[in-house]
Design a protein around this ligand. Structure first.
Ligand SMILES: [Zn+2]
Length: 428
């Protein structure tokens, strides 16, 4: 008889249930070691500190990271051109690396001889993967690091893997059925294609496939898609994870689907991109990661994504903070009266009113004050413009958290393909 695995309870390590104080002390200690090491071994890190007139002893806590500028992906490309191949971010000599990955850019990334990063393994465990699972990895195995990282992480958990790579949907279905695969790793849309293909091939996915867990990443997971997958394959648990190719795992869902827990072996800051200061829980800013990887010590690396953290307790028992939602990209946002405005939020305002057919937000400067105007075209005559304008203002205040003016324009007056946020402020 096959015993059912308990995929819902248990923890990957004791640190998952540590108090906030214990976790902070652990991370401060790891950070101090990493900074001291990287200052000696990675020229780019030494330069970064020297430029800010800092010594390793000045950076011993998570809060101290605010003293350092954020390194963005574009900086990495520039640094690599100047100082090939790694821009000085390798913490061991090139001859001692296990692998070299190539991410879009191209960015060359040093890979360690022995994979020790436990963050993806922690994520997989939280998503229900257990020792003995047979797992089909459908992420890319060439050039980029993700497939190889996941393969090594499954090994840490005692799972077996099939390095299937992307595409070949029909073959993927065949493998999944023949080998009674229990774990899937890939994009949610590819899992959906696999289930559809299985049906086209005359299978009953519920009966013919043995999938129990799906670890999805690299694209958005709409709740409707999760529900559809979990109902097509009853008993399947679909959980998502978040990270970047350069810096690895920065968040993962637990069984409670309650936002994405930050792994213990990295520091995730939410940072105001204009000031570099850390935001309070609930405030939106850029996701900035620091991981404790000596081979590739990226310190304060900007993901370019916007999110916010919650430190409320999660019913799963894990005590780490959670990234609640990726709300957009840094390069699309504008700060108005101290608040970040994102095109996605402007869309949310407009979607509340049927009669609005085109819209944008214009930001101007009136003396020393920002002024925000929501311009909208209406697709029908409005009998009470004052009333509608009042209602729109109220929604703007609720969603954008900034007071704004409302201006209705005749149909066709907004330029075609206009930016959602038109920043017309002139700074001297
Ligand atoms: Zn949880």
């Amino acid at each position: 008889m096959v015993t059912q695995k308990d995929r819902h309870s248990g923890f990957f390590s004791k640190m998952e249930i540590a108090t906030a104080g214990e976790r902070l002390r652990y991370q401060n200690r790891k950070l101090s070691h990493l900074i001291a090491y990287a200052y000696e071994k990675a020229p780019a890190v030494r330069k970064k500190l020297d430029k800010s007139k800092l010594k390793p002893g000045d950076l011993t806590t998570v809060k101290d990271l605010e003293k350092l500028p954020i390194t963005e992906k574009a900086d990495l490309i520039g640094l690599q051109k100047k100082n090939p191949p790694f821009g000085g971010f390798n913490g061991v000599p090139t001859g001692e690396l296990g692998r070299i990955f190539v991410s879009p850019g191209p960015i060359y990334e040093p890979g360690e001889m022995v994979y020790e990063d436990r963050r993806w393994a922690q994520a997989l465990y939280a998503g229900g993967f257990r020792a003995g699972d047979l797992c089909q990895i459908t992420f890319n195995f060439h050039l980029v690091p993700f497939g190889v990282m996941l393969d090594s992480s499954l090994r840490i958990l005692g799972c077996r893997s099939i390095p299937a790579g992307v595409g070949n949907t029909e073959l993927q279905v065949r493998i999944m059925k023949d080998l009674k695969v229990t774990g899937f790793l890939g994009t949610p849309s590819f899992l959906f294609s696999i289930v559809q293909k299985a049906k086209e091939m005359g299978m009953n996915p519920q009966k013919d496939l043995a999938l129990k867990t799906a670890f999805v990443a690299a694209e958005m997971l709409p709740e409707s898609l999760r529900e559809s997958l979990e109902s097509e394959l009853r008993g399947l648990m679909v959980r998502q994870s978040y990270g970047t190719a350069n810096i690895g795992c920065l968040g993962f869902e637990c069984t409670r689907k309650n936002g994405m827990h930050v792994p213990d072996d990295c520091i995730v800051e939410i940072v105001d991109p204009r000031t570099g200061k850390q935001c309070a829980p609930g405030e939106t800013g850029e996701v900035v990661g620091t991981c404790f990887n000596k081979v590739y010590p990226l310190i304060r690396f900007g993901s370019g994504d916007l999110s916010y953290l919650s430190d409320e307790p999660c019913p799963c028992g894990r005590t780490s903070p959670r990234l609640l939602k990726i709300v957009g990209r840094v390069d699309q946002m504008t700060k108005v009266k101290g608040m970040f405005i994102h095109p996605g939020l402007v869309d949310t305002v407009a979607a509340k009113f049927d009669e609005i057919c085109a819209y944008r937000v214009v930001v101007t400067r009136d003396g020393h004050q920002d002024r925000m105007t929501f311009q909208a075209e209406l697709d029908r005559p409005c009998p009470e413009p004052e009333k509608l304008s009042g209602a729109v203002k109220k929604v703007i205040q609720e969603i954008l958290r900034v007071r704004g003016e409302v201006q209705f324009l005749p149909k066709g007056s907004l330029p075609q393909g206009a930016k959602k946020i038109e920043d017309q402020r002139v700074w001297e």
